[in-house]
Design a protein around this ligand. Structure first.
Ligand SMILES: [Zn+2]
Length: 340
């Protein structure tokens, strides 16, 4: 797996990007500037098979390209999961039937009639590409994107290219250890950032909370909030009867863990731009001063004033837009190549 660089030239005027998640495939058709011309989605779930997933991609592509020669439009794919070299998807959360498959080759076979490569990358890497194209990190060559959702995804762009590391598994900030011997993470290790800053983490601390707070969170969740959003809302509500002080303490712990993770990234990679996306990002950025204090407390030889923490701009489409960017970047003068 190698990095894609912004210096690559694209021949195509349009590209389709897919973002394969545990609940849906999001798909967009974009032009050369990254403007979204059309979007659609298809459901996924625990019963999704490789065959049903590929059929969904083709169906979504055909819908987006109606009236065009669909298989002549370049495609790129982002997927929530562990990607290895050669476009192999080792595993994807919430898609248990899809493991150790050559998703790059399968996508190429299904989506391209001309042997044009279909690059595949991790969804958070694609989200970083999307935000770096025409979003919150447009024009930046070095930045870190964190997607704060069910889990904590991350994409690191250095020198204009996504950093993959030696084996393709680089930049998993969700599994940076911020608390030695701390909470057990879904990956099996302890003290990972994801175990403190994610929807799953919020569900866990809520389950262990006092009854008034559990009830208050449950009421908000019935109204449609996620557990993390509900915790932030209860904390803001300042109602001691609903466990506001307890919620505030839990939210504060989440923000300080994130601050430690961001500061570590800055200390190691010397990035000056951090992009926060995902469903929890808005709640955390409402408490920006607290987050900046948490980051500043762990910065080494740097000023918090030089760091720019920005909200992602592409919302839930960032991964799909970035996947389309991946497709354009991976083209060569003679056709196209996969970057995975
Ligand atoms: Zn972990």
């Amino acid at each position: 797996m190698s990095g894609t660089r912004e210096t690559s030239e694209s021949k195509s005027n349009r590209a389709v990007g897919f973002d394969i998640g545990g609940q849906s495939v999001k798909a967009v058709l974009v032009d050369r500037s990254g403007r979204v011309l059309a979007e659609t989605s298809r459901p996924t779930g625990v019963s999704s098979t490789v065959e049903s997933l590929i059929a969904s991609l083709v169906s979504a592509r055909d819908e987006l390209c109606a009236g065009e020669q669909a298989d002549a439009v370049v495609c790129g794919v982002g997927v929530a999961g562990v990607m290895g070299a050669g476009g192999v998807l080792h595993g994807s959360p919430n898609l248990p039937e899809i493991q150790d498959i050559e998703i790059g080759r399968l996508c190429q076979g299904a989506l391209s009639a001309f042997g044009v490569g279909v690059p595949v990358d991790n969804d958070a890497n694609c989200a970083a590409l999307g935000e770096g194209w025409n979003g919150a990190a447009a024009g930046e060559t070095d930045f870190l994107m964190l997607t704060l959702g069910t889990g904590l995804g991350s994409g690191l762009v250095l020198g204009g290219g996504v950093y993959h590391g030696a084996t393709g598994h680089g930049c998993e900030f969700g599994h940076a250890v911020v608390m030695h011997g701390g909470r057990t993470c879904g990956c099996g290790n302890r003290g990972c950032l994801e175990a403190y800053v994610s929807e799953v983490a919020a569900r866990r601390v809520t389950a262990d909370a006092s009854e008034p707070l559990r009830d208050a969170v449950a009421r908000r969740r019935r109204a449609g909030d996620g557990a993390a959003q509900a915790l932030f809302a209860v904390a803001e509500g300042c109602d001691p009867e609903a466990g506001a002080r307890e919620a505030d303490a839990l939210v504060t712990e989440m923000i300080w863990a994130l601050g430690a993770g961001i500061a570590s990234a800055v200390n190691i990679f010397d990035v000056e731009v951090i992009v926060l996306g995902g469903g929890i990002a808005g709640n955390i950025l409402k408490r920006r001063s607290e987050l900046e204090a948490a980051v500043a407390a762990s910065l080494f030889a740097r000023s918090i004033g030089a760091l720019r923490i920005r909200a992602a701009e592409h919302g839930p489409l960032a991964g799909a837009i970035g996947a389309a960017r991946l497709a354009m970047l991976s083209e060569t003068a003679t056709g196209s190549k996969s970057v995975t």
